[in-house]
Write a protein of this length. Structure first.
Lengths: 930, 112
């Protein structure tokens, strides 16, 4: 798994700088450089194998149902990018050590930069496309934090937000494209996707897939018109700009296109979309860069322009275009990073980035000048420099385009013109900063050159740039060629860098150089001309679009979501009606064929009464007390229904619950108005009746359809195993405490939580401020009638005895913990009602919350009890024991579990009741109950 | 019998949903209770209607389906706990907002 380590080391290492926040800058940088350098070393160890064209794939299944695997792949493409990411990353860390010297936020930067490095490595080393997308989004997120690093500056925040909106929006589009692509190919694994190129290009959705994926890549790589975020991201500290915009973030989009080249490229559509976008970006970036006065702004737009250049090359599809693209990508990373670093130092030394004021720096920073001359010359494309070769490659490839007709003439001219601009702005950033007269009104005076050690990263990068320019064959053979092989999956012609100077490319190169120099010479009138151009502030447009879309979505949301519960419920009900009704309409016959059981008069009468009572609740709901009584009647008839249809356990439970529920609602009602105002308009009532009627009709229809169809139940298992496996004949109870014991455990926990929540809510409820009731109510003069309390006291022992009986027999006959608990609770409730809260509370043996806790604990421990014997959680054991006097009685661990249920039910029910009752006592028992 | 059962469920649902759409908390609680009766009866009936055949081994030849019964039993108890919870929520809302409208704002009151 050494491959995974390449990503994991920086990811885990990201916590190191945060841990040693207070230490010296040197240690901090060392802590950060260590994981980065380790990753770099691991990558270099793979280099020989990859150079031989090997593809290393390692994978771990993660979500196979989604086709999402943790799969890594190291081939030429991945290695080229990964080396840039880690290599330049190391130098950025070194640079940041000096840049952030004396700043408290250095540790944060170091952490973030490692995280970003890990995310980028994830993108370039992923084998699974979905897995890659995870890292893709991660880079968007971390770059948001990096760009908004100086969170107290508005420009930084806005730049960060803009980059997040554009790049993660592009990420979403990309997700759609990748999912679609995966659907077509049948896999998200690159090994399969890359083989499916012909199938993809022939597919009817090819255009859509290509557009979606390209949008993702264009937003990330700052292609026109999504290039906006890149210049605004310059509000970030310079190390961030140097890293994100030379070697990493913006290269991710290019990487994606190189990666998917075999699968998607080499079609006419690809040529048009990619090449034209590249051309536009190249020209817009170069043109704007020319007229930038801000050093970093110039570099930012020149980056945009170079990204466009690489994009253009990716689109061309000529024999060497891919190689040229990758070669220029390396060159660009090597010369753009030191230029950003240089800009950062000059900014620090002078206090400004405005090139109208920074002039003649050679006097103050001779070494920096000498070092930055190399990358500036490389960017300009001067002979012997790396940029010269890559531009030459570009020129010669542009001449090889044969179709379509317009491109043959346009592209060579276009790239020559762009080369001219790039020459001009390269001269400008060098000449303007170091010469061009004297500095004007600098905020920091005198500018001081950073110490020599601080210049190391620039020196190293400049050397690398120089090396590539002088000995391009080495880099080409070791990095670019394996990458092209991996991407194209075919061998390609060798490049003789010495023979590049064909007559026409040579001429184009010369034109660009002399033209650029001329352009720079006459810059002053051009600047004045440019200043007269109408200014289009893209940021304003972007902000306007953002504001507009936020306002629009807010309006839409508030239209739907106006804070009215009735409205939401109506929406939910209508949705249910539409969705279920749609399917119901398709049911061919309502009667499923099973003959109906004959109807007896008694059942018919009971059903009629049930319906009448329910209707009564609805009709008389304005008078709350009668409605509540009718609700009780409804509940009783539901009990009857359970009893009628062979469910004695349910009937017993429902009976007890009904009593408790009505008592609780009565308690509540005594604090609430006794009448509901009549406030619904007839129209509203008709509408609600229609909704309710449709719901009821639907329920009738589908329950009838289900009831008349043959059952398909799994209950045969429970019926067969209840006695031999669970040791009880009451199958319902055995299911509760044994087969589905885990469910029951969950349910009593919910019960306990609900009761404790009621306790918490009533604790600080002061009903003195209750709703003012307009109707005076008539309280009974005698709170606790003597007859009731006498009878209640007599009933208690009998009720408890019944409860114990029901509990013990529960495993074999109707009964069990739930029912016994409810009976006990009802009997005790009667005591509260007859004797009063204070009287009853004094006589309680235990507090209720501990009882609930004990119940759940007993049930859980019973379940855990099977572990020491090597059985799974909640396995039950049982035996029949002969007890003296009592007779044969079955002992089962399930009974212990049932005891837990019993305790929880009693505790929860009484906790609820007593706390609601407490509200009613004006004086109260003085302390909390439970 | 099945038809009558289905119609009863429909009426319970109709009343429950109608009350659920009213504007006062107490009425909504009444509606919820009716609706939960309907749901419990429906779930119970998914084991089909059997008469005189409780799910106890050795009592009858063809016992009723025990599984829906076990599900409904716990549903009843939890339904009770939820009712109690909603009741307390309604009380709390009525005390803190000084009205018992479901939106917490009495439409009759002057809201200025």
């Amino acid at each position: 798994m050494a491959l995974a380590l390449i990503i994991l080391i920086p990811l885990i290492g990201a916590s190191l700088p945060a841990l040693c926040r207070g230490s010296a800058p040197r240690h901090l940088a060392l802590m950060t450089a260590l994981p980065a350098a380790t990753s770099l070393a691991l990558l270099l160890a793979w280099l020989p194998q990859v150079m031989n064209g090997e593809v290393i794939v390692r994978q771990l299944t993660w979500l196979p149902s989604l086709g999402l695997n943790v799969a890594l792949r190291l081939d030429g493409v991945g290695l080229l990018f990964a080396l840039l990411i880690t290599g330049i990353g190391c130098l950025i860390i070194l640079y940041a050590r000096y840049y952030f010297e004396g700043s408290a936020s250095a540790a944060r930067f170091h952490s973030l930069v490692l995280m970003f490095m890990a995310a980028m490595l994830g993108i370039v080393l992923a084998e699974n496309l979905l897995f890659m997308l995870v890292f893709w989004e991660l880079t968007s997120l971390v770059s948001f934090l990096l760009i908004g690093f100086n969170a107290d500056s508005q420009a930084a925040r806005r730049g960060a937000r803009m980059s997040l909106v554009i790049t993660s929006g592009g990420g979403l589009v990309l997700l759609a494209g990748i999912v679609l692509l995966g659907q077509v190919v049948g896999s998200y694994q690159l090994s399969e996707v890359l083989q499916a190129g012909d199938r993809l290009r022939a597919h009817e959705h090819y255009g859509l897939i290509l557009n979606l994926i390209l949008l993702g890549a264009f937003t990330k790589s700052a292609q026109f018109p999504f290039h906006l975020w890149l210049p605004h991201a310059m509000a970030a500290p310079t190390p961030v700009s140097a890293y994100l915009h030379s070697a990493t973030m913006v290269k991710a989009g290019l990487f994606l296109l190189v990666r998917l080249h075999p699968a998607l490229a080499e079609s006419e559509l690809w040529f048009h979309l990619v090449t034209v976008t590249g051309m536009l970006t190249l020209m817009v970036g170069a043109f704007v860069a020319m007229f930038m006065h801000d050093m970093k702004g110039l570099l930012a737009y020149s980056t945009v322009s170079h990204l466009g250049l690489i994009m253009l090359l990716l689109g061309l599809g000529t024999p060497l275009s891919l190689a040229a693209a990758l070669f220029h990508l390396v060159c660009h990373a090597l010369f753009k990073a030191p230029l950003f670093m240089m800009a950062g130092y000059v900014d620090h030394a002078t206090g400004t980035r405005d090139m109208r004021r920074i002039n003649g720096m050679w006097r103050f920073m001779p070494t920096l000048m000498a070092l930055s001359a190399i990358p500036a010359a490389a960017m300009a494309g001067l002979p012997l420099m790396s940029g010269y070769l890559s531009k030459k490659l570009l020129f010669s490839e542009s001449l090889l385009v044969t179709t379509p007709g317009w491109a043959v003439a346009v592209i060579p001219v276009w790239v020559t013109l762009a080369g001219l601009f790039s020459m001009a702005y390269s001269i400008r950033i060098f000449h303007n900063v170091y010469f061009n007269g004297r500095p004007v009104d600098l905020p920091t005076w005198p500018p001081r050159e950073p110490r020599l050690a601080a210049l190391t990263p620039i020196a190293l990068l400049a050397l690398a740039s120089l090396y590539v320019g002088l000995a391009p064959a080495g880099i080409y053979r070791e990095l670019v060629h394996p990458a092209v092989m991996a991407s194209r999956q075919a061998a390609m012609p060798a490049v003789d860098f010495n023979a590049l100077g064909g007559a026409l490319p040579m001429a184009m190169s010369l034109t660009a150089m002399t033209g650029g120099a001329l352009f720079y010479l006459i810059r002053d009138p051009l600047f004045r001309l440019h200043a007269r151009l109408p200014e289009v502030d893209a940021k304003e447009i972007f902000d306007w679009i953002m504001r507009w879309s936020i306002a629009l979505s807010q309006r839409r949301v508030y239209q739907l979501e106006n804070g009215s519960l009735q409205r939401y419920l109506t929406f939910i009900m209508i949705t249910v009606i539409v969705l279920v009704g749609w399917d119901l309409l398709a049911v061919p016959t309502w009667h499923g064929g099973v003959p109906m059981t004959p109807l007896d008069p008694l059942t018919a009468v009971a059903a009629a009464l049930l319906c009448l009572a329910a209707t009564g609740v609805a009709v008389f709901h304005h008078h709350r007390l009668p409605a509540l009584l009718l609700l009780g009647v409804t509940g009783l008839f539901v009990t009857v229904a359970f009893a009628r249809f062979s469910a004695p356990d349910l009937a017993l439970t429902q009976l007890m619950v009904e009593v408790m529920a009505v008592v609780i609602m009565m308690l509540a009602l005594s604090f609430l108005p006794q009448q509901s105002p009549k406030e619904s308009s007839p129209l509203r009532m008709t509408r609600d009746l229609a909704i309710a009627g449709l719901m009821g009709g639907g329920v009738t229809a589908f329950s009838f359809a289900i009831l008349t169809r043959p059952p398909d139940s799994i209950s045969a298992f429970f019926l067969a195993n209840s006695l031999p496996g669970g040791g009880g004949t009451n199958v319902v109870n055995v299911i509760l405490v044994d087969f589905r014991g885990f469910d029951t455990l969950g349910e009593i926990t919910v019960l306990g939580i609900a009761a404790v929540a009621v306790f918490a809510f009533t604790r600080d409820l002061h009903l003195k401020e209750r709703v003012v009731d307009t109707n005076p109510r008539h309280w009974v003069a005698e709170p606790h009638p003597i007859m009731l309390s006498t009878v209640a006291r007599l009933v208690l022992p009998i009720a408890l005895l019944v409860s114990a009986h029901i509990f013990l027999r529960g495993h074999n006959l109707p009964g069990g913990g739930f029912i016994a608990g409810l009976i006990t609770a009802v009997a005790l409730t009667l005591q509260y009602m007859s004797g009063g809260l204070v009287w009853a509370q004094e006589r309680m043996l235990t507090a209720f919350r501990p009882l609930i806790g004990a119940g759940i604990l007993i049930a859980t421990l019973t379940g855990l009890g099977s572990w020491p014997f090597g059985y799974p959680f909640l396995t039950s054991a049982h035996d029949h024991v002969h007890w003296p006097l009592v007779g044969e009685l079955e002992l089962a661990t399930a009974m212990l579990f049932d005891l837990g249920v019993y305790a929880t039910v009693v505790g929860a029910t009484l906790l609820i009741l007593a706390n609601l009752g407490k509200l009613m006592t004006v004086a109260g028992p003085g302390k909390e109950i439970g | 019998m099945e038809l009558l059962y289905a119609i009863t469920l429909g009426i319970l649902t109709t009343c429950g949903v109608y009350l659920l759409l009213r504007a006062r908390t107490f009425t909504v609680i009444l509606g919820l209770t009716l609706l939960s009766h309907a749901v419990n009866l429906y779930l119970f009936a998914s084991g089909r209607l059997a008469t005189g055949a409780p799910a106890i081994i050795g009592l009858t030849e063809h016992p009723a389906d025990p599984l829906p019964q076990a599900l409904v039993l716990t549903a009843i108890v939890i339904g009770f706990a939820m009712t109690a919870f909603v009741v307390v929520l309604a009380l709390k809302a009525a005390v803190e907002l000084r009205n018992d409208h479901v939106d917490g704002e009495d439409p009759d009151e002057d809201r200025s």
